[in-house]
Design a protein around this ligand. Structure first.
Ligand code: ZN
Length: 426
């Protein structure tokens, strides 16, 4: 070992011990979950607290505790209540935010369930939940205190179901732990669920950078049991009694599959250490959904593009990637304001392009980049993305976040996923 390498090595050991000290002076081994409601309409939002739960495992990070990567429409911050020091921060997005851009949100107030977790605090903390107004502007929605010895913090989970470890190669603090939850599988279909969960993990590992970091990804299958098989399809007047209450036709969009029962989803996920939730729906119907730090929900048996949908939706929920596609009259075409830089790493309104893939552009590339054959294999600034034909730009001609026929993630998306993996597992 040469001297500079030696010094660097000692410095890294020093840093890692400072960081782990930081963790152990504020947090224990379990997790603290906050269940709350986001309510409002197209123009206004409020947050109200539902309950606090102590979960048995903390599967998340132990480093970079106060960095939220500036991802998500929302964020929450945990502060030590005596010193007021920031001790944990994380971003997330919500189904509620998407609903706000639908016509219904102009007519009625609704509320949506949301859950967030952080490592269980050793001392009293203050929690602040904020909504993003702009790329770097936030509005406080709610602030409250949590005392770790509060007798009303729930300490049991309402669910106990069989669990199978699909793959486990690293300890939870050094791994991305994915909780795969069964939806629309009856007790008799349990063996099928475990096979489907294994297939899901295999699908994920067909894509980079998940393949490269396979040794840092743990997958657990949680066999929630449903009374009926399959999930609801309201467009066909077909409602099923399933464990998580998932349905297609979210916001009247045929293939948008979600569940409003977020607290129940977390009650199942909490049976294992988890960084990410993947709900596997026992249906052949094409469709799914994925929202950053919320959940991914996708069909287990769609004949159409099974692997591609699995990875696309996980790209949303795991790394906060945006859709790079745009259709005429898209149900979500009001979701982005082109006067604001979106937070997602793979689209840009060019308001703050410096924060995006500008440094990765090849020399001499024209902005906006014309769609010539020559440019199709280059990183560029291509108009169209985030459901918008005009005013929003994407980094590559094609990508897993744009079509099912793309070879994989574009280089910008791949880098963003890798950054998130390293952030959570270092
Ligand atoms: Zn991409």
């Amino acid at each position: 070992m040469s001297k500079p390498t030696h010094i660097l090595f000692l410095f890294l050991i020093f840093c890692s011990s400072v960081f782990s000290q930081q963790y152990s002076s504020y947090f224990g081994e379990k997790a603290c979950r906050i269940d709350f409601q986001l309510s409002g309409n197209a123009k206004s939002t409020t947050a109200t607290l539902s309950k606090i739960i102590q979960e048995p495992f903390w599967g998340g990070r132990r480093l970079h505790l106060t960095d939220d990567m500036n991802l998500g429409e929302y964020r929450f911050q945990v502060l030590d209540s005596i010193s007021n020091a920031l001790i944990y921060a994380e971003g997330f997005s919500t189904l509620y935010f998407e609903w706000q851009s639908t016509p219904e949100a102009l007519l009625v107030n609704k509320s949506f369930e949301q859950s967030v977790q952080f490592p269980y605090p050793l001392k009293a903390v203050k929690v602040i939940i904020e909504r993003r107004l702009d790329f770097d502007k936030w509005e406080k929605l709610i602030q409250f205190g949590i005392s770790p010895d509060d007798k009303l913090i729930r300490k049991t989970l309402p669910t106990k179901v069989p669990i199978k470890t699909i793959c486990k190669t690293a300890s939870p603090d050094k791994a991305i732990d994915i909780a795969v939850i069964a939806e629309g599988y009856t007790v008799k279909q349990r063996a099928k669920f475990f096979r489907d969960a294994k297939k899901l993990a295999e699908n994920l590992f067909t894509h980079e950078p998940f393949a490269k970091y396979k040794s840092r990804i743990n997958v657990y299958a949680i066999a929630a049991a449903s009374i009926d098989t399959g999930v609801s399809k309201p467009q066909n007047d077909n409602w099923r009694n399933s464990a998580l209450g998932s349905h297609y036709y979210t916001f009247y969009s045929d293939r948008y599959l979600t569940t409003p029962n977020v607290f129940t989803v977390h009650d199942y996920a909490a049976l294992v250490p988890y960084d990410a939730i993947y709900i596997l729906a026992n249906t052949k119907t094409y469709g799914g959904g994925g929202i950053y730090n919320f959940y991914t929900l996708a069909s287990a048996d769609s004949k159409r593009a099974q692997t591609e949908v699995t990875v696309h939706e996980f790209g949303h929920s795991f790394a906060g990637l945006a859709d790079e596609y745009f259709y005429d009259n898209d149900a979500l075409d009001g979701m982005y304001d082109i006067k604001i830089e979106p937070w997602e790493p793979n689209i840009s309104s060019l308001v703050k392009f410096d924060t995006k893939w500008k440094a990765d552009l090849p020399e001499g590339i024209v902005i906006p980049t014309p769609l010539t054959d020559e440019n199709k294999a280059k990183i560029g600034v291509f108009e169209g993305g985030g459901y918008l034909k005009k005013g929003m730009y994407r980094p590559f001609f094609d990508c897993r976040m744009r079509t099912n026929t793309a070879k994989g993630f574009c280089p910008v998306c791949e880098k963003a996923v890798e950054k998130r993996i390293l952030f959570l597992t270092e």
